[in-house]
Design a binder for this molecule. Structure first.
Ligand code: SME
Length: 160
């Protein structure tokens, strides 16, 4: 049986192959959300990006995603995505109902992982939010797999 780490390695290769040479950040994020969602259908209920809005003070706006309807905007001061954007580090939440300020875009979500996405000069560009309907779905393997994909996602993509 394929381990979770092997599946992350496989999907990382797939994403890299599809986005190779593609300068649009939107196209790169859309590819990652689609292929990640397809790679983990049993866990990934909502998979997508919230992008730092350059026209607003400390606010994320929804980007490419797969899943049910997502909230359009999330201030840095709110929710797991906001906490990730503020702390600039991955956050794993085993039970979203126990997370102060969690934003329930869809009440079916019970656990989540949010990973920061930096541009080539190290500025925060977006966060990748993955939500699951089960409790305690994400662990160190998901963190390592997603951080590795997010690390190079924007490299070679100067446009938005
Ligand atoms: N889970 C997020 C909100 C976004 S969605 O669930 C799509 C949060 O609390 O930051």
């Amino acid at each position: 049986m394929t381990t979770k780490t092997e599946r992350y390695n496989d999907v990382a290769r797939e994403i890299a192959a599809v986005i190779d040479g593609e300068p649009s950040r939107t196209a790169r994020m859309a590819t990652a959300s689609c292929l990640l969602s397809l790679a983990f259908p049993e866990t990934y209920f909502w998979t997508g990006f919230y992008v730092v809005d350059p026209n607003k003070e400390a606010e994320l706006v929804v980007g490419p995603y797969q899943g049910t309807l997502g909230c359009l905007r999330i201030p840095f001061a709110r929710g797991v995505c906001g906490a990730c954007a503020t702390q600039k580090q991955t956050i794993i939440v085993k039970d979203v109902h126990a997370f102060p300020g969690h934003i329930a875009c869809d009440s079916q979500t019970n656990s989540e992982i949010v990973v920061p996405v930096f541009d080539e000069v190290g500025a925060l560009f977006a966060v990748l939010d993955v939500d699951s309907t089960a409790l305690d779905s994400f662990d160190a393997q998901d963190k390592a797999g997603l951080e590795s994909i997010c690390k190079t996602l924007l490299h070679g993509a100067p446009q938005t």
